[in-house]
Design a binder for this molecule. Sequence first.
Ligand code: ADP
Length: 401
Amino acid sequence: MLILVINAGSSSLKYQLFDMDEHKVLAKGLCERIGIAGSKNTHTLADGTKIVTEVNMNTHADAIRILTDRLTDAEHGVIKSMADIDAVGHRVLHGGQKFSGSVIVDDAVIAAIEECIPLGPLHNPANLTGIQACREVMGDVPQVAVFDTAFHQTMPEKAYMYAIPYEYYRKYAIRRYGFHGTSHRYVSAKAAEMLGKPASELKIITCHLGNGSSIAAVSGGKCVDTSMGLTPLEGLPMGTRSGDLDPAILGFIAEHEGLSTTELVNMLNKKSGVLGISELSSDFRDLATAREEGNHQATLALEIFDYKVKKYIGSYAAAMGGVDAIVFTGGIGENNKTARNVALEGLEFMGVELDPEKSQQSLKNVDISAPTSRVKVLVIETDEEFVIASDTLELVTAAKA
Ligand code: ADP
């Protein structure tokens, strides 16, 4: 079965075509600057060959037409026509309280995703545009929505409620939702597989550390807490996002700097995090280089990040009454051994012991803890697109049966 996975942003559209029978990606690509001058498509074949085309794309439907051309191209194409594609799976940011799993898209689902727009004002409209564009160009091929928030819907009330007047929950559903759910779900299941134990018997802390970072506590295969909240701004400091802070700071800055609420939220999303502290870069590689050169603010930014990861790990071990495994994933979690090792330093009291050799290497899908470590430490490569394709395959197959 061939499944097309779409991740539509406001001016971009990422895609991957999976052959699920062969377990492989046939081609993938990115359409950028949709609706903006200078739009282009970068199409990557299975052997890594990249085809870059500068082409006018005014709408997401134009982007779907371009990827159709690439996928069916006489020379580099991987399918004869789009009719070869059995189903489309979409990444959707916010499913609110309505979706605790993936669903086949119909008019009611589209209406429910629209209702979640106030909770995900930047992403949900773009995700819907991707769904509509596929309908427009590909007709009635089955489509599936996979939500970033769904895995976290098992959090208990005490973990997801904010201590603000209850009426805001009642009126606007203000609560913690959590994000990166597809990744936390995938790596926690993969960890159970690597440990050779059923997920139902394990307490796992999953650290998805990338440009956006979040940590989740997964007990018995179910998420019981996570660091992101109503929006992906809460929790760890990130590339450009502040993470947790004293909310009174907002009033203080607004008053002294004359910022509007929109400007404040923009500052917290785009100018804060490790970029804000270092005044240098949001990229951890740049910060590591600057630290080597003795840059104090870059060093501090990295220290704050590692310290916060450690604190979340400690608090989630407490929340679950123990931990069997800590998983690292995402661009930083998978590649930045210093961030991992520093975040785990001093956690020997909890039973975390790193293997001195493996923890210094850059391997993926490995256990980097010492054989004597009570808590296993795993580095797992995440694959959100594969989960979206798998959910799509499962739902579409079940619907046909
Ligand atoms: P996104 O959240 O946008 O998907 P990623 O998961 O790709 O982001 O993570 C981006 C971060 O990962 C950057 O800060 C980058 O420095 C870091 N990163 C990516 N590759 C490496 C690497 N090989 N070594 C160290 N850090 C890396």
